[in-house]
Design a protein around this ligand. Structure first.
Ligand code: F6P
Length: 326
């Protein structure tokens, strides 16, 4: 089937760099005389028939902004067949021949099921600050979030040093430690706690005491939100109980990690993946994700990447272990 009209949506949690991906999609499609229709608010918007036209100039203007001009949603309804059927009817009514879904694990899984059920040619583009999508080295948004954490941690270190306190910095990531591990290394954290590595609490407390004895008055402990029960606050409870002589504070960075202007690396990644999503569809590829592996564009099938976990490179874990307590 000849593809003339492509629908594009952003789905799941927003990340910086989504507008850059939309920009490359629109730009490449325009050059190939393909019509792009924006689907607003992700799968929920598709179910409800929320479409919008995209203007290249406006999209180019938004390329350096966070958020998404198409808005987004985490759709509960799309998990049910009756709503996916409705979504397919909406696509047909708009004359959309194929779709590009810019999403995280949940959205790519939804896209895989939808493409299979209704034979819709579909391409996924990976985005998530958690960087936990299998089949790609990096997802859009990770680099910017990492930079936000490092910048915040550098500032926290100033006050930690001035007051001789221990600061616990809780970062996002769900069950994935990429953000904590990479930001921990980049900001010289004393302790890094991630879900992938079981923390020996007694050893960690000895490390903190030893670190203090050798002259480190202040310390930075970076923890992934779900690495210990109650995340950063749980870690503070342990410190208060076991090392009451140390004063500590918790900073939960929260959603600032999802906002802001995308880094140059994220803009590059988003433009590359957006461009190749269009060329892949025009070459007849479907139900694949456009990804980056060893700096090369790849097209793993959505079925092959769903339900798998992107593991952290062992060398990175070893490095963190040498430079900090992990
Ligand atoms: O998956 C991205 C992410 O930011 C996670 O790191 C975090 O746990 C979650 O989304 C927060 O989701 P919400 O914005 O729905 O609270």
């Amino acid at each position: 089937m000849e593809i003339k009209t492509i629908g594009v949506m952003t789905s799941g949690g927003d990340v910086p760099g989504l507008n850059a991906a939309i920009h490359a999609i629109l730009h490449t499609a325009n050059k190939k005389n393909i019509r792009i229709i924006g689907i607003t608010e992700g799968f929920d918007g598709l179910i409800d028939g929320k479409f919008s036209s995209l203007d290249l100039h406006a999209v180019r203007q938004a390329m350096d902004e966070g958020g998404t001009i198409l808005r987004t949603s985490r759709s509960e309804r799309f998990k049910h067949f009756k709503w996916r059927k409705k979504a397919n009817e909406q696509l047909k009514s708009k004359g959309i021949d194929a779709c590009i879904v810019i999403g995280g694990n949940g959205s790519l899984k939804g896209a895989e099921v939808f493409g299979r059920e209704f034979k819709v040619p579909l391409i996924g583009i990976p985005k998530t600050i958690d960087n936990d999508i299998y089949g790609t080295d990096y997802a859009i948004g990770f680099d910017t979030a990492l930079n936000t954490i490092v910048e915040a941690t550098d500032k926290i270190r100033d006050t930690a040093d001035a007051t001789s306190r221990i600061f616990i910095v809780e970062v996002m990531g769900r069950k994935s430690g990429f953000l904590a591990l990479y930001s921990g290394i980049a900001s010289g954290a004393d302790v890094i706690i991630i879900p992938e590595v079981k923390t020996n609490v007694a050893d960690m407390l000895s490390y903190i005491e030893h670190n203090h004895k050798i002259g480190n008055r202040s310390m930075i402990l970076i923890i992934t939100e779900n690495a210990l029960p109650d995340g950063g606050l749980g870690l503070k409870k342990i410190l208060d109980k076991k090392l009451p002589e140390y004063e500590s504070r918790v900073t939960i960075l929260g959603h600032i990690q999802r906002g802001g202007r995308p880094s140059a690396i994220d803009r590059m990644l988003a433009n590359r993946l957006g461009h190749y999503a269009i060329t892949a569809l025009l070459k007849g590829k479907k139900s694949v994700m456009v990804s980056i592996l060893n700096d090369k564009i790849k097209y793993p099938s959505l079925a092959a990447i769903c339900d798998k976990k992107h593991s952290i490179n062992k060398e990175m874990i070893e490095l963190a272990n040498r430079l900090s307590f992990l």
